[in-house]
Design a protein around this ligand. Structure first.
Ligand code: S3P
Length: 177
């Protein structure tokens, strides 16, 4: 069975935007696990507030499992905390090419300030200190990806091209490509 492509990285690193375009470029279906959770359980801040992070992680894990079960390869945009769950890390390592879109904490802050959706783990007004604390705890999980895109100085288009080039160089053919 062909592997899927999973985009990993911190909140606000552009996984969903790049993922949607990558899927279109490769001719694959696109799955956004946060969007699946919202569809089935309501919006993310409300889940965190009413049921807590553990409930959100359960819903997220079910969405990831479902996406990985697809018989055709899909492009998956993961939430920034998906790799904090060991079972997700194992499943993704076995079933997907994991691509880390690496954006510095400073860039994350700038991007999140413009974002519409709030991120419960960072509070109402994200600060660099809070982003850094979470980022430092997670970076080794992101860095274990199969490929890292240093995305700080790249446009969305350049990130996309970089991923497509890597897939080509690695001889990875997916979907209609
Ligand atoms: C989270 C990231 C969010 C969302 C939730 C938790 C995290 O997704 O899943 O707020 O723990 O980093 P994005 O990475 O798309 O913001």
């Amino acid at each position: 069975m062909k592997r899927h492509v999973a985009l990993v990285g911190f909140m606000g690193s552009g996984k969903s935007t790049v993922g949607r375009k990558l899927a279109r470029r490769l001719g694959c279906a696109f799955v956004d696990t946060d969007a699946l959770v919202v569809r089935d359980h309501g919006d993310v801040p409300t889940i965190f507030a009413r049921e807590g992070e553990a409930a959100f992680r359960r819903y997220e894990q079910a969405a990831i499992r479902g996406a990985l079960e697809s018989t055709e390869p899909v492009v998956i945009a993961l939430g920034g905390g998906a790799l904090t769950v060991a079972a997700n890390r194992q499943l993704l390592a076995a079933r997907a090419y994991r691509i880390f879109i690496r954006v510095s904490p400073e860039q994350v802050l700038a991007r999140l300030r413009k974002a519409k959706e709030s991120r419960p783990l960072l509070g109402q007004t994200p600060t660099l200190a809070r982003i850094r604390a979470l980022y430092d705890r997670r970076i080794s999980q992101y860095e274990s990806a199969d490929y890292v895109v240093p995305a700080d100085r790249l446009s969305g288009r350049q990130v996309l091209d970089d991923i497509v080039d890597w897939l080509d160089r690695a001889g990875i053919r997916l979907c209609a490509s």
